[in-house]
Design a protein around this ligand. Structure first.
Ligand SMILES: Nc1ncnc2c1ncn2[C@@H]1O[C@H](COP(=O)(O)OP(=O)(O)O)[C@@H](O)[C@H]1O
Ligand SMILES: [Mg+2]
Length: 361
């Protein structure tokens, strides 16, 4: 009896998507299945190109099909189609092409929020996703500088009167700083901010984006609250440092997102240890292990730990995020891993999978 597509699909029904807890066939992830005698080819369509478990899924699919009697060779390609946050589909004020909006937040300034935002954006772009980045930090908009765009530049306006974002390193960039005179201090008030952030979202020519990353102002003041309320966020990534003193700020941040019902995708612990240039051992800079403490306390994942490295500062100043300037460094690896887990958490959330994202009681 000759091999049929059904035989192959039945074998693939035995392979689970490790995060969505359903099999690849039920999840409609098997595409372009072709049989040529005993030679089988198909594509596994992932829910994000940055899937951290893509290698595992690919191998398990291959092994499952190899076991089918009559199969000689198996070629498994990977594709990706990022799923959309339904709440964004329901919101007519938002650009239709934006699938997910992810906020990067912190309890206080100076912990590496913007550094994390730019590196996440570029790492997601490198994985093959379409990415936009908004600097919404009204206190110190420095994303353009970190992305190698002069703060003096002003965005063009297209025929539909939309702002055209800058595009650098494959990422579309817009900043609240573009809308004000450089060097002129401004006082933003809540209602004004609502308007500005809506303008960003509604009248920027974003095109199709899998992920739009928003660098929020630090803390939980009026400005932050106003911003998180005016945008339907898919989820938030919270950046902290290991010191215990940072923890109370982070607790307030988590409480704020809970209040406005934005899921916490997870925590990033930045400046977590320093590699000794001589013995290559990691030295703890601060006692406390803040990321792990908070992760347990709030039942949110610790998505990544990024070591301290002075060259992060240099690369930020030079306008080139470290995932580009030093892709093999420990920091770049940590940011790439973090980006993968952020993407995976978004996929799980959008698939409505049962694993609850956050339970703060
Ligand atoms: N892991 C790190 N190692 C060394 N310096 C870092 C690291 N992360 C951030 N920095 C530096 O710390 C400063 C604050 O980072 P930034 O991302 O601007 O913080 P925030 O946006 O939270 O205010 C910057 O000078 C940045 O280059
Ligand atoms: Mg910043």
């Amino acid at each position: 009896m000759s091999l049929s597509q059904t035989d192959i699909l039945n074998a693939l029904r035995q392979v689970q998507e490790p995060e969505l807890h359903k099999d690849l066939v039920t999840l409609n992830m098997i595409r372009e299945l072709t049989l040529d005698g005993g030679d089988v080819r198909f594509t596994v369509m992932l829910t994000t190109p940055a899937c951290p478990l893509r290698g595992q899924i690919q191998e398990e699919a291959r092994q499952a099909v190899l076991k089918v009697p009559g199969v000689k060779t198996v070629e498994v390609k990977l594709g990706a189609e990022v799923n959309k946050d339904n709440r964004l589909s329901d919101n007519k004020a938002l650009p239709a092409g934006v699938k997910n909006i992810i906020a990067v937040a912190s309890g206080k300034g100076g912990v590496g929020k913007s550094t994390t935002a730019v590196n996440l954006a570029v790492a997601l772009q490198q994985s093959g996703a379409r990415v936009g980045l908004i600097d919404a930090d009204i206190y110190g908009p420095n994303i353009p500088m970190m992305m190698g765009i002069s703060e003096k530049e002003r965005p063009a306006v297209n025929a539909e009167e939309q702002l055209v974002p800058f595009e650098h390193y494959g990422v579309k960039v817009m900043s609240i700083g573009f809308l004000v005179d450089p060097g002129k201090p401004i006082i933003w008030r809540g209602p004004m901010l609502h308007g500005v952030i809506r303008q960003f979202l509604g009248s920027v020519q974003w095109g199709d984006l899998d992920y739009l990353i928003v660098d929020l102002p630090p803390g939980t003041g009026d400005a932050s609250l106003s911003l998180v309320q005016s945008v339907p966020l898919t989820g938030a990534v919270i950046v902290t440092t290991p010191q215990a003193v940072a923890l109370s700020d982070v607790r307030r941040s988590i409480a704020m997102f809970k209040e406005v019902r934005v899921p916490i995708l997870g925590l990033v612990e930045n400046m977590a240890g320093l590699e000794c240039p001589h013995c290559h051992k990691t030295v703890e800079l601060y006692e406390g292990g803040g990321g792990a403490v908070l992760s347990r306390e709030f039942d949110v994942p610790l998505l990544g730990q990024v070591p301290f490295d002075p060259s992060i500062g240099h690369s930020g100043d030079a306008g080139k995020p470290i995932v580009l300037s030093q892709p093999e460094s420990a920091q770049a690896k940590a940011f790439r891993k973090t980006a993968e887990w952020v993407a995976a958490r978004v996929s799980v959330l959008n698939a409505g999978a049962e694993s609850p994202l956050i339970q703060i009681s």
